[in-house]
Design a protein around this ligand. Structure first.
Ligand code: AKB
Length: 342
């Protein structure tokens, strides 16, 4: 018997791979959904895989299919990232907002059907923060959750709206007083994530993982933001660990629904220097894409994650140095061992 049933949307994405790998060690039965078929390595770890219309969070077929399983927790990862969202805002709004509304409705229906509280874990983003100028950005280096909520991108606007929707569902669909709500909504505002195993698609923080993966394969990289660009980043294992920690926290411990988490906040020049230090042949140049630059310039330089540390004990395992020396570099050298050997 599985210990519990867990739904993961957007399972084929970057974080989905790492999260399913971690969840599969817990004995949980995973229902994974994605538009496209999942790679065998991921699909084999799941009790059920829903793809096509059943895996599309914007469709009613998705809600109806997911209701067949006694799901207790939902990790709603399906989303269009920031650069891709700016290229097609209407599609991004549909997937990011209407898809999240469907997930919240699903959680409400699961909760009332099985008479229990459903934990909905929502990866939000530092894109909810917005600064009109670099001077303003550097005046608020470590933003708190309630500051600078003026997102400049469709992605940030949609994520902030979905945070508010989740809070609304948690407040509106209440059970008897004193009990957890049907929809127990919990969100983390993620910084850019760097994985040694996978590359993101359509994000704007992508320059960090792209720079690393290019260097590890001996390929030149043209970074699309200025060297002085600064936003927060985190190693993927810490991102997954944070989601699992927040999912496991008792509701009474949580003073808010939405949390910042921080780890390190290098400039693009810091990243280039560190990566070139590990891969001395690396050729990294800067060729600014003004639209993508404007996106990261509007995001915060770093976050204040005091609430997450106090409420549920958040603490990154990987500082900047440890992320490279103990995770990224050994794992990526292993991953591209054949390329490096040839
Ligand atoms: C993106 O670049 O769009 C994401 C994010 C920071 O949310 N990685």
């Amino acid at each position: 018997m599985p210990s519990s049933w867990i739904l993961v949307t957007g399972a084929g994405g970057e974080m989905g791979h790492a999260l399913i790998h971690a969840l599969s060690q817990t004995g949980a039965a995973i229902v994974a959904t994605d538009l496209r078929p999942l790679p065998d390595g991921i699909a084999d770890s799941c009790a059920a895989v829903l793809t096509g219309p059943e895996g599309d969070v914007t469709r009613t077929e998705f809600v109806q299919s997911a209701l067949r399983y006694p799901i207790e927790r939902i990790f709603h990862l399906a989303a269009v990232l920031s650069t891709a969202a700016e290229r097609d805002p209407v599609r991004a709004h549909h997937i990011n907002v209407d898809g999240t509304l469907n997930v919240l409705e699903l959680a409400h229906q699961l909760g009332s059907e099985h008479q229990r509280s459903i934990r909905v874990l929502f990866p939000s983003t530092i894109a909810v923060y917005g600064f009109a100028s670099l001077e303003e950005k550097m005046r608020h280096v470590q933003v708190r959750e309630d500051q600078a909520l003026q997102p400049q991108t469709l992605y940030g606007i949609a994520k902030l709206h979905c945070e508010r929707l989740g809070e609304y569902y948690a407040r509106y669909y209440r059970r008897l007083s004193g009990e957890a709500p049907w929809v127990d909504f919990r969100a983390i505002r993620f910084p850019g994530l760097i994985s040694a195993d996978t590359l993101p698609t359509g994000g704007t923080s992508d320059y960090a993982p792209e720079m690393l993966h290019a260097a590890a394969q001996g390929q030149p990289y043209r970074c699309f933001v200025r060297p002085d660009t600064q936003i927060p980043f985190m190693a993927m294992p810490d991102g997954v660990r944070a989601l699992l920690m927040l999912a496991d926290a008792d509701r009474e411990q949580l003073s808010q629904h939405v949390y910042n988490i921080g780890a390190f906040a290098p400039t693009a020049a810091d990243l280039a220097q560190t990566i070139a230090g590990y891969f001395p042949g690396a050729t990294i140049s800067f060729d600014v894409d003004q639209r993508r630059q404007a996106i990261v310039d509007s995001w915060c330089a770093d976050v204040d994650d005091t609430a997450a540390r106090q409420d549920w004990g958040w603490m990154p395992q990987y500082t900047y140095e440890r992320a490279f020396s103990e995770y990224l570099i050994p794992a990526i050298k292993h991953r591209y061992a054949n390329v490096l050997a040839s």
